[in-house]
Design a protein around this ligand. Structure first.
Ligand code: NAD
Length: 488
């Protein structure tokens, strides 16, 4: 048996060990075995990290934007030089197919760093010249900010937050998920390797209710950027509201994929439609906030769509994430595996008819004890039931039929969430009308998860508050100050 890997905090440019006795184990979900320990951070670790960040802030925030951009690009270079190691670590930590980590998620983490490095060099002050004099707006960094990220896209979302925070001149105390802490730790080690200015990026590991809570509530933290569950987002808002702390909350989703008959009828487009709807349903075993877990199909093509969709789902290969043929890995943890199986049981008790999957899977070989669930498709459930209104966050989708545009919109909007939707139609007028009527922050037409990093990213309702991405993130991490000069 190989020795456990012991991760460390990054505070003031130094690796600091946590209390080994209470460190939570980090599991490989494909095998169910522990392979690392995550330091159990405390409120005093958070305080030390905030102080280190405060000490680093005057110098970091005074650097020319181009110099900060150079540091971010240097970190991206170092990450790309070790892309295979990072992809392996991400795959083992979260159980995602290695191919997904290597081809999409880790490259995107490097791209996040480069994108915001470039943004730093383009972020300009606005000015207005008119009867009310000459006005210009300065944008200053906030100071020390807290970035809290989840387990489903660990390094991808970690860098999505820290990159704009650092690019705009803030210093950061970041807390990755205790379930998947390895690549954030590795990135922290890279900053030490390249001599990144100490204290600018600090990483404190540990449990959410301990380290995350201490970070949110620390008086030295000027803003909190959080991605995670709606329940925790609410707790953060409950503290940050009265404290008047700036917050960005990217929370859960229950996204609709809306398939109109005209899109499915065209044989030249059907294959791409089906492949994309399957990917939207099951990528990362459905553990992406943007996954389309409610598939709405126009009634005239419902049966044909269902049969073609099911044939593709049956062909999805679940198993060892290191096998290049694998499309679905395990669920991220034993607790999450149990939760998703309980959701499937609930769907059955609500009258849902399981068309495929519905059970745990036991792959042969080294993954026999992993936390796998077969891709699951359920029909026969109405829009109000819990299976169609609550986030499951696993390889589970429901199918519902609709009759016309108004019915499609009513079903799509019948959840308290509002993150994203994808709409499949060849009719331009319908695409625009449905997109305008959907209650959510992101709409894809005839595609899914196609991302231009300049666009606003975020949701409405229970999916959160605020937007990330492009200049939205640059604005979130800065405070505008207007200066007005009378010219006559
Ligand atoms: P989670 O809310 O349990 O944890 C997210 C992070 O918050 C972790 O680092 C955790 O340690 C920390 N945390 C937990 N309790 C805390 C507290 N009391 N105070 C401060 N921090 C605390 O979420 P998760 O299970 O890691 O992630 C899955 C959820 O994230 C899903 O609901 C998913 O939809 C959502 N998500 C949303 C987006 C988006 O962009 N909208 C993206 C990815 C994931």
């Amino acid at each position: 048996m190989t020795a456990l890997l012991h991760l460390t905090h990054l505070i003031g440019g130094e690796a600091r060990a946590g209390d080994a006795a209470s460190a939570p184990p980090v599991h490989d979900p494909a095998t169910g075995t522990a392979f690392a320990t995550c330091p159990a951070g405390s409120a005093s670790d958070v305080d030390a990290a905030v102080r280190a960040a405060q000490a680093a802030f005057p110098a970091w925030s005074s650097l020319p934007n181009e110099t900060r951009a150079r540091w971010l690009n240097q970190l991206a270079d170092a990450l790309e030089a070790r892309i295979d190691d990072f992809a392996q670590a991400e795959s083992r930590d979260g159980g995602k197919p290695l191919k997904l980590a290597r081809e999409i998620e880790i490259p995107r983490a490097a791209q996040n760093l480069r994108f915001f490095a470039a943004a730093a060099t383009q972020f300009a002050s606005e000015s207005h010249h008119g009867q009310a004099g000459l006005n210009y707006t300065l944008r200053a960094p906030l100071g020390v900010v807290g970035c809290i990220s989840p387990w489903n896209l660990p390094l991808y979302l970690f860098t999505w937050k820290i990159a704009p925070a650092l690019a705009t001149g803030n210093c950061v105390v970041a807390k990755p998920s205790e379930i998947t802490p390895v690549t954030a730790w590795m990135l922290g080690e890279l900053t030490r390797d390249i001599g990144f200015p100490p204290g600018v990026l600090n990483i404190v590991h540990g449990l959410g209710p301990v380290v995350g809570k201490a970070l949110v509530e620390h008086p030295g933290i000027k803003a909190v950027s959080f991605t995670g569950s709606t329940a925790v987002g609410r707790q953060i808002a409950a503290h940050c509201g009265p404290a008047l702390k700036k917050t960005s909350l990217e929370l859960g989703g229950k996204n609709a994929t809306v398939v109109f008959a005209d899109a499915f009828a065209d044989p030249s487009r059907r294959e791409r439609l089906l492949d994309t709807v399957v990917r939207a349903a099951f990528q990362n075993s459905g553990q992406i906030c943007l996954c389309g877990s409610r598939i709405l199909i126009e009634r005239s093509v419902y049966a044909d769509f269902r049969d073609a969709f099911l044939a593709r789902v049956h062909a999805l290969r679940a198993g060892d994430p290191f096998d290049p043929a694998t499309r679905l890995g395990p669920l991220v943890s034993r607790a999450h595996f149990d939760k998703v199986l309980a959701c499937i049981a609930l769907a059955r008790s609500e009258g849902g008819h399981v068309l495929c999957g519905g059970d745990a899977l036991q792959p042969e070989g080294r993954c026999a004890d992993g936390w796998f669930i077969a891709p699951t498709v359920i029909e026969g459930l109405g829009p109000e039931c819990r299976s169609n209104t609550e986030e499951i966050f696993g390889p589970v989708v429901t199918l519902q039929a609709f009759d016309d545009d108004a019915h499609a919109l009513a079903l799509a909007n019948a959840t308290p969430y509002g993150l994203s939707a994808s709409v499949w139609t060849q009719r331009l007028d319908r695409a625009h009308r449905i997109a305008a009527g959907l209650h959510c922050g992101i709409v894809w037409i005839n595609t899914w998860l196609l991302r231009d990093l300049r666009t606003p990213f975020g949701g409405v309702g229970q999916s959160g508050m605020g937007r990330e991405g492009g200049m939205e993130a640059m604005r979130f991490f800065t405070e505008p100050k207007n200066i007005c000069i009378q010219l006559d």
